[in-house]
Design a protein around this ligand. Structure first.
Ligand code: 5GP
Length: 229
């Protein structure tokens, strides 16, 4: 009956540090095979739990600037003194293959994507409360008190940017947050603007004609009956 676009969705996910966006994304990737997570490039130094070419492509500031000039990035930003950017390569290809592409990027990058690609699904992951956010940041144990306070202040400021997004997910119960990402994407797949064609196949056409004929026959019979009375 209908033919819809098989194109994948571009899913942009942001949220303050401590909201748990990384866990939500990993959960989505593990549960649903139709997603692909884009790996960003960055000029920031490698940290303890980073895996080069998996968490990021680590390149120098100079390499990053050359790539900006070459038009290598779909979007990029300078965030707290370091460059971060989404390589264009693969994204178009994955979307054309019908794969849903996830970008985990900060607020400015998300806003640039939204301007360029208004169909992108921009999701903000929110912590359940400021108290819970503080508890999560403290529980990381890797940061100094000053760093925790800095992150808390940044997170507090970032939360006010939520209205720039299309969707918000409060990450209270992780499993539910994962399901909500999938629900947003499935809802996008049902949008009528994804319909490419509405058609009647030949079998349906035959049936239609058969029904019309039958109806017509009955009408004739009824008329004849009434005339005979
Ligand atoms: P981190 O240094 O903690 O890994 O990341 C810092 C921030 O940069 C996070 O908010 C993360 O979402 C964001 N980020 C990571 N990759 C990109 C990117 O390619 N583009 C933009 N705009 N932000 C990114």
């Amino acid at each position: 009956m209908i033919k819809t676009k098989t194109r994948g969705n571009l899913v942009v996910i942001s949220g303050p540090s401590g909201a748990g966006k990384g866990s939500v994304i990993q959960g989505v990737l593990q549960k649903y095979p139709h997603y692909w997570l884009s790996v960003s490039a960055t000029s920031r130094p490698i940290r303890g739990n980073d895996i080069p070419d998996v968490t990021y492509y680590f390149i120098s500031k100079e390499e990053f600037e050359t790539k900006i000039e070459e038009g290598y990035f779909l979007e990029y930003t300078n965030y707290v003194g370091n460059y971060y950017g989404t390589p264009k390569e693969f994204i178009q290809q994955k979307l054309d293959e019908g794969i849903d592409v996830i970008l985990e990027i900060e607020i400015e990058g998300a806003s640039n994507i939204r301007k360029m690609l208004p169909d992108a699904l921009c999701i903000f992951i929110m912590p359940p409360s400021l108290g819970e956010l503080k508890r999560r940041l403290i529980n990381r144990k890797t940061d100094s008190k000053e760093k925790i306070m800095g992150r808390f202040q940044t997170a507090y400021n970032e939360i006010n940017e939520v209205t720039k997004y299309n969707y918000v997910i409060v990450n209270d119960v992780l499993e539910e947050a994962i399901e909500k990402v999938e629900a947003i994407v499935q809802a996008a797949n049902c949008r009528v603007d994804r319909i490419e064609e509405i058609y009647i196949n030949s079998l349906e056409e035959e049936m239609h004609e058969f029904l019309i004929d039958k109806e017509f026959d009955n009408e004739i019979k009824d008329i004849r009956k009434s005339e005979m009375k």
